[in-house]
Design a protein around this ligand. Structure first.
Ligand code: IMP
Length: 201
């Protein structure tokens, strides 16, 4: 079995890159797509797993390196799971994450306006894929449930300010970096993946 001594973290999202880098073993060399001047491929899949594998295949083929990729997003119950796999694209379409969060908050209020039992439930989902160039790939999904709230906190990235994970009373953006890192959807997916790949490290 060839040990993994270096890895490409197939993400151009700084927040995700840092979290994945900090979950991986310290001893291995972590590389980024920017070192190879690579943009992310188009996400043409219909699920987190498809898009995660599209990225892993693309980056491992381009760099010939073992690659770990993430596709993730926020699913809001009362919005029928939106923005879901379109989480990054909503931010692009509406001009910023701040704007996309405002839209989500408005839509959630609208969906709940005439409901006796209000539903603010949501979950973050991450699918991590580890891919060997010209070889096998392994994907694992992690989910964390919680509720949508008005924007609070300055830490983290993306939709962190509007999400309170179950069992807490602060948003991801109010947590310190380590606290979020060790409970979130990527961490849960990574722990599942780790069980299958730990002999490679
Ligand atoms: P993609 O996986 O590149 O399609 O992008 C996923 C998008 O989901 C990111 O750009 C973020 O907006 C959002 N997202 C994924 N994980 C997190 C997280 O841990 N916190 C906040 N937003 C996240």
């Amino acid at each position: 079995m060839n040990k993994i001594t270096k890895i490409l973290i197939g993400s151009n999202n700084k927040g995700k890159f840092k979290e994945i880098a900090d979950l991986l073993p310290k001893g291995i060399k972590k590389n980024s797509p920017t070192q190879f001047s690579l943009k992310s491929p188009e996400e043409t899949g219909n699920s987190f797993i498809e898009n995660s594998q599209i990225k892993a295949n693309y980056f491992s083929e381009k760099t010939n390196m073992v690659t770990i990729s993430d596709d993730s997003g926020l699913e809001v119950n009362c919005l029928n799971g939106k923005p879901g796999i379109l989480s990054a694209r909503w931010a692009e379409e509406y001009g910023s994450f701040d704007n996309a969060m405002e839209i989500i908050l408005k839509e959630v209020e609208k969906a709940n306006r005439n409901e006796k039992i209000k539903d603010y439930g949501a979950k973050f989902i991450s699918c991590l894929t580890l891919k060997w160039p010209k070889g096998e790939k392994i994907s694992e999904i992690g989910e964390i449930e919680g509720t949508i709230t008005t924007k609070k906190g300055k830490n983290g990235f993306g939709y962190d300010p509007i999400f309170i994970p179950k069992g807490f009373n602060i948003t991801f953006a109010e947590m310190n970096y380590k606290e979020k890192l060790l409970i979130d959807h990527r961490f849960i997916a990574y722990k599942k993946l780790e069980k299958k790949i730990k002999n490679y490290f």
